[in-house]
Design a protein around this ligand. Structure first.
Ligand SMILES: C[S@@+](CC[C@H](N)C(=O)[O-])C[C@H]1O[C@@H](n2cnc3c(N)ncnc32)[C@H](O)[C@@H]1O
Length: 206
């Protein structure tokens, strides 16, 4: 059955997020993606970086079905693992030891603003336990800087998120990075992305 979902933003941002990933990914790396959504990013990155292992995950079973459908549609079944059920709030994360042992980096795209703040805290806390010195965590999405929106469209987007769920919202970069710091991650780079989004590269420093 074709359970593929289509998230239009992925078509617009996948190329530029892939460009950011070229800065951190090395051949044959095993990357865990948190909140993979439809799975469109996962299959795109697997095709762009054929030698990596891209492990998708999502807590939503409809999304996981979509990810599996995309993997099948792109004929990647033999080259890409099936999505994990991973909710950042359910700690400790249940990660197969084979995956945990070879993990080189974690990527989360457009997740932390559609989840309560606790999810950002736990994302860093659990990633900090899984990753070793020199390994990376990349976040992509809209952010406030100095508690101010960087565009009017982000301001309107933030309001629309809060109408859906008052625990959601565009996060303040300094507070996000502070959570990183608490868990051994240094903010290595901030990259301006199209449509007033940012990519943030964090590097495990201890
Ligand atoms: C806006 S969608 C983004 C999906 C995909 N990364 C993209 O950019 O198209 C947010 C995703 O975060 C996932 N998510 C929400 N809460 C989560 C949590 N507590 N743990 C992990 N993922 C979560 C949702 O299920 C959804 O797939």
């Amino acid at each position: 059955m074709d359970n593929r979902l289509f998230f239009p933003a992925t078509q617009r941002n996948r190329e530029s997020i892939g460009d950011v990933l070229t800065r951190v990914i090395r051949k044959k790396d095993l990357i865990l993606e948190i909140g993979s959504g439809s799975g469109e990013h996962g299959v795109f990155f697997k095709k762009r970086f054929p030698e990596i292992i891209w492990q998708t995950s999502d807590p939503d079973s409809v999304h996981r079905k979509s990810i599996s459908s995309w993997i099948e549609y792109e004929e990647l079944n033999k080259r890409m693992p099936q999505p994990l059920m991973l909710d950042v709030q359910k700690i400790p994360w249940e990660i197969p030891s084979k995956l945990a042992n070879f993990l080189k980096g974690i990527v989360s795209i457009n997740m932390i603003h559609v989840a309560e703040w606790k999810c950002t805290e736990l994302l860093f806390m659990e990633s900090g336990k899984l990753l070793n010195k020199g390994q990376f965590l990349v976040l992509y999405g809209p952010f406030k800087i100095g508690n101010k929106h960087i565009s009017q469209s982000n301001y309107f987007f933030d309001n629309s998120l809060k109408i859906k769920n008052n625990l959601w919202g565009v996060r303040n970069l300094e507070e996000v990075s502070e959570e990183g710091k608490k868990n051994g991650f240094l903010q290595e780079d901030i990259i301006k992305m199209p449509a007033n989004n940012l990519s943030i590269i964090y590097r495990k420093s201890s």
